[in-house]
Structures are given as C-alpha cells and as structure tokens.
Design a protein around this ligand. Structure first.
Ligand code: F6P
Length: 544
C-alpha cells in the first residue's frame, strides 16, 4: 500500500476534500478576486492556470506535504544516480541522460554519456547525408520518403512530434509512420511511394515486437521485389537496443542506431527513436527539442513542489483521482499540430500508471490513473463536449493552447483562443436555472420557458489550462518532459513502478496460442466458447 496513505498529509487532505464537497467553483471565484493570481504559475513564458481546479489556495500546500511524505526528492536522486528504480525489470531509468549536457551519468559504475553523444553525432551525420542527397538509394537517386516502422514508444513520440512541428519541417523529405499490424497501414502508406527513393527506419527497442517485425518483413519484400536483395543496405536502417537481432534481420550494423535498456520505450523520443523526427525537422531542431526537455529537467530537479510544473500537475491529478473521485481526464489541445498529443499521453501515462500493484507487490490502496482521452479543440466541441457540459459525469479537462499560431492565417487564432477559454469558463461556472430563464425571456419574442431545464449547465467541472507562447522544438521538448516528470512523480506518490508494463503481455500470449488455430494448423481446442465461435466464424485461413 502506498506509504502516503498513512501520512498525516493524506489524512489532512481527506478532511479538506470533505469540507470542499459542496463548494462550487463559481462561488470560489466570486469569493476570491485574486484566485487566478493565487492559483496560476508562470515558468519562463509559460502559464499554468490551476484556478479552475476544485481547490482552495490552501489545498496545494497541503498536497505538497505528500511530495515530502513520499520522498519524491529522494527518488529523483535515485533516478539520476542510475539506480535500478524499474525494480521489476532491474533497470535504471535514465531518459534524462539522453538530453543531459553536463558531466558523467553512470549506470553500474559506467558513464553512459560518451555513448549517448556518439549516437547523437551519428544521427546528425545521417540526417545531413539524407538532406544533402549524399546518401543515395540503390539506383543512385536521393531519398524523398522515409517510412518509420515501429509501434508504441517506437512510434507515438516521433509521430506526435513530427506532426506537432510541421511548421519546422525540412523541405523535400516526407516522413511517414506505419504501426498497425493491419496490412492496410503499410499498404496505404506504400501506395504513393517509389522503392527507389524510399528509406525505411525499423524502430524497435526489442526487435521482436510482432507488429513491427511483420511490417518490416513486408516492407523488405516490397523493396526487394523492385530492386533486389542488395538494395536493403541503402534502404533500411534500424534503431534498437538489440543490435544482434538487427543484424539477423539483414540490416547492415553500420546502418543501426543503438539505444539502451535504461531507456523505457515510452520515454525514448530523445534517443535514436527520434531519428525519423530528426529527419523530418533537421538535426538542429532536434537539438532544440532536447534543450527544451533539459530546461524542464532542470526546473523539475530544482523547484520546490509549489513552484514546480510537473509536481503541480501530478498533485492535481492525485487530488482529482483520490480525493474528488474523478476517474476520467480529457486532454484537449487547442492546436491542430498537437492532435496526436492525447494519443501519445495515453501510452506515456496509462502504460506507466495504469496499475494497482505497488512496489511491494501489494494493492496500492487508492485509485490510480484516471482514463485519459482527448481530441483537439475545436473539433471535440462538435463531438463529445455535450457530455462534458451536461452529461452529469464529473471529470477533469486539460486545455493546452499557444499564444501564437504556428500557421498564421488571418482570423483563425483569435477565434481558436476564444473557444478554448470559453469552454473552460463554461465548464467552471455553469449556468443556473434563473440565468437560463432570463436568457429565454430576453429573446424577441421570448422563447418558451419549458426550454429552461435544457439550458441549465451544472458547471463545477474542473480544468487546467496550460498556455505556451508558441509551438516550437524547444517548447515541445519541455512539454513532453513536463508530462514525463509528472508520470515519475505520480509513480512515486502511488508507490508504483511506472517503468514496467506487464499488463500488455497477457493478450500477446493468448494471441500466440490462437494464431495456429486461425491459420488452421492446429484444432480449435482448449479455449472458451466465444473465442472458439469467433475463430470458426472466420473459416479456415486458406479461404481468405
Ligand atoms: O506496448 C508494449 C511495448 O513494450 C511498449 O512499452 C513499447 O513501447 C512497445 O511495446 C514497442 O516495443 P518495441 O520498441 O520493443 O518494439
């Protein structure tokens, strides 16, 4: 059980939450004209507004007691010292080393920084060779299209960041991502491409993942059918911790970019897993991304919890989940470029914290991570916001916006911001029956009063707004690192190993035993009736 459950700070927070139960956010704003100033934080030119969360100014200092009770600073020190804090896999957790700029960082007594810098240098050389046209395909033509084949952490980070930094892309090179085992993903991506000018990046930490290996094999078949086996050396590179398996697949070791088992898949954007992103935006921009993450690292390591962005996001999440009973969080970027951020955060947060068993093998003893989902605004407003406003479900929302647009077209950005701020205001304040009636009566002619109940909004729906100056490589790096450190902090608070993912294994195991039945190689036996019925309904694979 997480030790903080027994701490005085937890008990205090419980009593405090009880006292807050009947407070409405609208009244909290009315009672305290300085609420925004008290509950918002600036970091460089960022603004984190927590004033629309269901907290009082004294709530956050109270929650900060949990930071000490769980000894978050002690765990930060363990992480930075390369201790195996991923205890179920016996691994260090050192993604921060990938963007570190100072002295040695050691794992098992060895400084990892020379190897980190060497891979970054090779990535730069490779990006320059592709961009300059020095690297040619088997027929002597320059590369025009890069296809990253990977899944989970070997896909979501670079894919999200490539879209997020679309305004910073290098010209004349298109970068595509294929992840799904469904052949439709690969087939539709390859449909518009020419083997002569296409480069594949096979990205897999383990180089055993079924989806990636299947897609990589099919991509190789597509390439060699057109150009022959010898072309693989000019059209395939790999990113992995398992360089022996890369060689066994047939990729030249000179075309392999290493990373290390102390980099978790969902924390690997900063490693060679970021290669397709670096190809898309250029290596100088990739370095700016690393620098942004480093700035957030330095902030997280040094700032006290009440002035610490990742700490505050973690404490608010814990408050909402464990004290207010909110079990869902919508991430709502008012930025089309951040459209994939919710999906990226689903892996980062849910694969890390979607757990109930703590570091001692016991139940955590309180709810852990709420379900995370989301879509960019304003699209979501025309889909699911109805439920947010009037569906009667308590959940929290996270709005992310940028003061400046990354694609300035006159007339768009002000409207985008107006919608973003309007939604959090509406969710916070709601609309009373009296206000709804007054509104109906104010129309000419007055609208019928039976409509009033439909126009009532309960409000009191908490939200956070994060306002960035603009979306550029530096700010994106800091944004991703912000969420990484939030995850780290919650892992400590809930006494969880946030760096393993045993929950994804069981389904894979069963799929392995079903495949020979679906292929008709073994009889359909030893499985439940529903699964057997579904397999029977598909017929023998020779008929498909
Ligand atoms: O989803 C499980 C998982 O192991 C993730 O943690 C990882 O990011 C993904 O699969 C892909 O793994 P790999 O990079 O080894 O192919």
């Amino acid at each position: 059980m997480t030790p903080i459950l027994h701490s005085p700070a937890w008990k205090h927070a419980e009593r405090h939450a009880h006292g807050l139960r009947d407070h409405h956010l609208r009244d909290m704003f009315a009672a305290d004209p300085a609420r925004f100033q008290r509950l918002s934080l600036r970091w460089n030119d960022w603004l984190l507004d927590l004033s629309k969360q269901r907290v009082l100014p004294e709530t956050l200092p109270l929650l900060a007691g949990l930071w000490d009770a769980a000894d978050v600073p002690g765990w930060i020190a363990k992480m930075r010292a390369g201790e195996p804090i991923n205890h179920t896999e016996g691994r260090a957790v050192l993604h921060v080393a990938l963007r570190h700029a100072g002295g040695p960082v050691t794992v098992d007594g060895r400084d990892v920084m020379p190897a980190v810098r060497a891979v970054l240098a090779r990535m730069r050389d490779f990006c320059d060779a592709i961009h300059s046209g020095k690297w040619r395909g088997a027929t002597g033509e320059p590369i025009t299209d890069v296809v990253n084949i990977g899944i989970g952490g070997s896909d979501l980070g670079p894919r999200m960041a490539t879209q997020a930094l679309a305004a910073h892309r290098v010209p004349h090179l298109r970068v595509h991502y294929v992840a799904n085992l469904d052949g439709a993903d690969l087939a539709t991506t390859l449909a518009g491409l020419a083997p002569r000018t296409t480069l594949f990046v096979i990205a897999s930490k383990t180089f055993t993942t079924q989806e990636t290996m299947q897609n990589a094999g099919s991509a190789r078949a597509w390439l060699t059918a057109a150009l022959g086996d010898a072309a693989v050396a000019r059209h395939f590179v790999a990113v992995s911790t398992a360089l022996d398996k890369v060689a066994a697949f047939g990729i030249d070791p000179d075309n392999a970019f290493a990373f290390w088992d102390w980099v978790g898949g969902r924390f690997s954007l900063w490693s060679a897993i970021g290669l397709p992103l670096a190809l898309a935006i250029g290596f100088d921009n990739f370095e700016r991304l690393l620098a942004g993450a480093r700035a957030m690292d330095e902030h997280f390591f040094a700032a006290p919890p009440l002035e610490n962005l990742p700490a505050l996001l973690a404490l608010i999440e814990l408050w909402n989940a464990d004290f207010l009973g909110l079990q869902s969080r919508a991430v709502l970027p008012y930025s089309q470029s951040l459209a994939l951020l919710p999906r990226y955060l689903q892996q980062l947060e849910m694969e890390s914290l979607g757990k109930q068993i703590d570091r001692d093998g016991k139940l955590v003893g309180c709810p852990t991570l709420p379900i995370l989902w989301g879509e960019p605004g304003t699209n979501g407003q025309h889909a699911f916001y109805q439920l947010l406003h009037q569906g009667g479900r308590a959940l929290s929302c996270e709005f992310i916006a940028c003061r400046e647009p990354d694609f300035p077209i006159a007339g768009h950005h002000e409207k985008l911001l107006a919608n973003c701020f309007a939604q959090s205001a509406a969710l916070m304040q709601g609309k009373t029956e009296a206000e709804a009636l007054a509104e109906l009566q104010a129309t000419v002619p007055p609208a019928p009063s039976f409509l009033a109940p439909y126009k009532i909004f309960p409000g009191n729906q908490p939200s956070t707004t994060l306002l960035l100056p603009r979306l550029d490589p530096h700010n994106l790096g800091a944004l991703v690192a912000l969420y990484e450190h939030k995850v780290f902090t919650l892992g400590v608070l809930w006494h969880l190993d946030a760096f393993d993912q045993w929950g994804v294994e069981y389904g894979k195991q069963i799929a392995g035993s079903l495949l020979p039945m679906i292929e008709g190689r073994t009889p359909v036996a030893g499985i439940d009736g529903s699964t057997a019925g579904l397999i029977a309904a598909c017929g023998n694979s020779s008929h498909r």
